[in-house]
Design a protein around this ligand. Structure first.
Ligand SMILES: [Zn+2]
Length: 251
């Protein structure tokens, strides 16, 4: 079991490679989890909104007291407790941007889960088993959040200090609400697979456009527009679910 953890460390360091732009400079981190704070003094920000140099990165290993990375100690390789300040982007070691490469994200997720999975820690101490469960759950949560454009947008807006109300958004455009109601009714009444597929195509095209608009707004730092787009995304993501349900019924 100890060997499993040892094997994982080089893997983790392989995926700890990222490029980030700070004011006036671009820096490449290799082994970001453990090395970048030693190499980069001061704060580095993306879109002037969030510090990438999380203080959480400077941690002491609970077991040996050496400097610890987000997941493992660089000295004794013990699994570490989850960081309570690292962002989901830091956890999955990707740039804090809406335009994520979701295939790369999936690759990092799989690699991390391979290292952190509780099955690897069955022979270890209770503390290590507990940390492995917690880390594994956190990585799952981070991946689920960043994987989909809708939840990724909500999370990015939250990181930028925009809180979003639950339920129906009172600021939603009335013509949007009418449109959504019409499509919902059409879906509820139709028995035609062709019609459901046509709605599906329309919803997919709309979601694709909204995703592009969201990316542009977040890149510009236009949070007001991003928030409006998010409201539309929520409605169309909801329609997407209803279309899927309808398609399952028809199978
Ligand atoms: Zn240690």
């Amino acid at each position: 079991m100890l060997r499993a953890a040892h094997r994982c460390v080089p893997n983790l360091q392989n995926i700890c490679s990222a490029t980030a732009s700070g004011p006036g400079k671009t820096l490449r981190f290799v082994g970001k989890y453990c090395l970048h704070l030693k190499k980069v003094k001061g704060h580095l920000t993306l879109n002037s909104s969030r510090c990438l140099c999380s203080r959480s990165s400077v941690r002491k290993c609970w077991s040996c007291g050496s400097s610890a990375q987000l997941f493992f100690c660089s000295s004794c390789n013990s699994i570490q407790p989850p960081s309570d300040t690292a962002t989901y982007f830091e956890i999955l070691n990707c740039d804090q941007t809406f335009a994520l490469d979701t295939r790369k994200l999936q690759g990092k997720y799989i690699e991390l889960q391979r290292c952190l999975h509780p099955d690897n820690f069955g022979q270890k101490s209770q503390t290590e088993q507990k940390y492995s469960e917690e880390q594994s759950a956190l990585v799952n949560k981070a991946y689920r959040t960043l994987q989909k454009p809708l939840t990724r947008s909500v999370y990015l807006l939250q990181l930028r200090g925009v809180e979003l109300e639950e339920g129906t958004d009172s600021t939603a455009d009335p013509s949007l609400l009418v449109k959504i109601m019409e499509v919902n009714e059409k879906l509820a009444e139709t028995q035609s697979l062709d019609e459901v597929n046509a709605v599906d195509r329309e919803v997919q095209v709309t979601l694709k456009n909204l995703t592009e608009q969201m990316n542009a707004s977040l890149n510009k730092g236009d949070l007001r527009t991003a928030r409006e787009i998010l409201t539309r995304m929520k409605y169309f993501a909801n329609l997407e679910e209803k279309v899927k349900e309808k398609l399952r019924e028809n199978l």
